[in-house]
Design a protein around this ligand. Sequence first.
Ligand code: AMP
Ligand code: MG
Length: 338
Amino acid sequence: MITKILPVSPRSLAWAKELIESGEVVAFHTETVYGLGADATNDAAVKKVFALKGRPADNPLISHVHTEYDITRLVETPAWTKRLRDRFLPGPLTMVYPSKGKVSPFVSCGLPTLSIRVPSSPTAQAFLRAVDLPIAAPSANRSKHVSPVTAQHVYDDFAGEIPLILDGGPSQGGIESTVLDCTGSVPLILRAGLVTREMIASEVGACEFYTLHEGERPKSPGMAYKHYAPACRTVFFAAENAEEAAQRYAQEERDGETPVLMCEHAVAERYPALRALDLGNTPEEMASNLYAHLRTAEKTATVLIGIDPKERGGVMDGVRNRMLRAFGQDAKERHDDA
Ligand code: AMP
Ligand code: MG
């Protein structure tokens, strides 16, 4: 199969619709990362997504819809959730509701819930409007690999295996959507993202991070899995150990390795002689740069030396969660999966 990368046009959208209706898979741009989409009502198409990714069969998919789609066809929407939709959608917030069982049972892996996202990306909206179906879509990377933030990243993982990638340019958000459980009376963050706990709490009064207790069935099965791993070796240092990280860089070079640093801008500036993948200054810049840098690292280095950014809370909850897991740290502070 030849994999085509096309921008949105009447022709590419007509083809995307044809592909989705015939049970094929189409990758598409969103404002967070690229998605690998299939008709959520078609069992075989949903199974194809799991098979292509090598995704564990108990890690549910998010259903994506356009802004005019009536989600009450698919889920129960508790009254208090309206404020969150009005404030944050379309955008990088996925809301988990009690399901009405209208999509394939494979989407939610047997859970009684369904997660819904309304992306703000014009490319995603054009695609979702054209098909006018709920599109089940995980990130368009092989399971455990770094999520894709360009059409080329998707191509690198799936060339020859999917017919079409709808190119909308780089995904500026850079980390996956916040996943919010809305099945109780207080929202619970299952995965941290660009819509933060603080932002949600300011709308509805309270918002907590979900923590998995010993022996409990996880609310979000994806939490159990390691993710975002680049193909090169990784080493990780705490923010206060930047000097040690620089020494490690020198040691790796002496050993004949090709190291690269990944750190926030202020730290990169302190070591102008070392090759660094600069995450930037703000939490939003760090979110936007993280996956692109991880993919660059695996192509250009044999060892990636990460230094933890200093800032905590807000968007950094999501950034550090991804970063710690990419570096194989057992992130005690993690609140998610992906
Ligand atoms: P990905 O598709 O790779 O971005 O991952 C989707 C994330 O959403 C995973 O962490 C899933 O476990 C989570 N998720 C999707 N649907 C549900 C659901 N119905 N209930 C709880 N978590 C969900
Ligand atoms: Mg993913």
